[in-house]
Design a binder for this molecule. Sequence first.
Ligand SMILES: CC(C)NC(=O)[C@H](Cc1c[nH]c2ccccc12)NC(=O)[C@H](CCCC/N=C(/NCCC(=O)O)S[C@H]1O[C@H](COP(=O)(O)OP(=O)(O)OC[C@H]2O[C@@H](n3cnc4c(N)ncnc43)[C@H](O)[C@@H]2O)[C@@H](O)[C@H]1O)NC(=O)OCc1ccccc1
Length: 233
Amino acid sequence: MGTETSNIVILTGAGVSAESGIDTFRAAGGLWEQHRVEDVATPEAFERDPELVLRFYDMRREAIQTKQPNAAHLALARLDREWSAQPGRSVLIVTQNVDDLHERAGAENVLHMHGTHLNAWCTACDARPGWTGPLIHRPPCPECDSPALRPDIVWFGEMPYRMDEIYAALGRADLFVSIGTSGAVYPAAGLVRQARDLGARTLELNLERSQGSRWFHETRLGPATKVVSEWVD
Ligand SMILES: CC(C)NC(=O)[C@H](Cc1c[nH]c2ccccc12)NC(=O)[C@H](CCCC/N=C(/NCCC(=O)O)S[C@H]1O[C@H](COP(=O)(O)OP(=O)(O)OC[C@H]2O[C@@H](n3cnc4c(N)ncnc43)[C@H](O)[C@@H]2O)[C@@H](O)[C@H]1O)NC(=O)OCc1ccccc1
């Protein structure tokens, strides 16, 4: 990292968890091949067929709990710990992923802009209880007892979480790094342009060039476990 770098914002996508055995979305056989997005990841789909949607997320919640952080998660956690400990320096990991592998690797400054599989969300009382079991049987909300729990996940057409904090961090960033994302989903895919327009240096670490590659000052191609560890060390 150059001497001029103080505040780093890191955007991660499904590619950072691919080598932990978690399916990405768009790759062959990826999640979106097995299920049409609009059938499982929209409020309309939940309205239309809650069982199908809850089974989809129960399956993913169960799968995620059997996976382990990989070398990319561990390298980012190390960077977060060591860099944020220095005066006037900060790291924020903004993830599109709903898995908790960044946190299980030891990272502390993690912001889940599309939600997390570790919580449920009660649409009756707005509570967001920690939740690791299935939701398919419509269990009662631990706060208000109503059977109104849904995954605490941002579906298409819904506003991502904590966008104001993300934009504020971009305003302070000297360096914006994007890891393991195809740049296909907004507003996440638009963050690189905002960061660049705000004066940050932009770096892409990905298996292949993404839809937003042209907005990066530099692109390094390869599996995350290799390119992220090389970048951090
Ligand atoms: C499809 C797309 C065109 N549609 C959208 O972007 C929509 C609509 C839209 C909004 N603005 C626009 C502007 C233009 C066009 C469309 C839109 N956006 C929305 O609906 C957003 C909400 C989007 C969030 C949806 N939820 C997710 N996830 C949670 C659910 C779940 O997980 O089930 S999105 C989900 O898909 C996206 C998947 O992308 P990636 O993570 O990048 O994964 P992908 O498989 O695509 O790519 C993997 C990459 O990794 C690389 N890779 C693979 N293996 C490795 C490896 N080993 N190492 C390194 N890299 C690797 C591959 O090469 C590849 O590049 C992620 O964001 C992920 O979170 N909401 C909203 O706009 O609300 C409105 C609003 C505004 C104001 C007020 C109220 C409402």
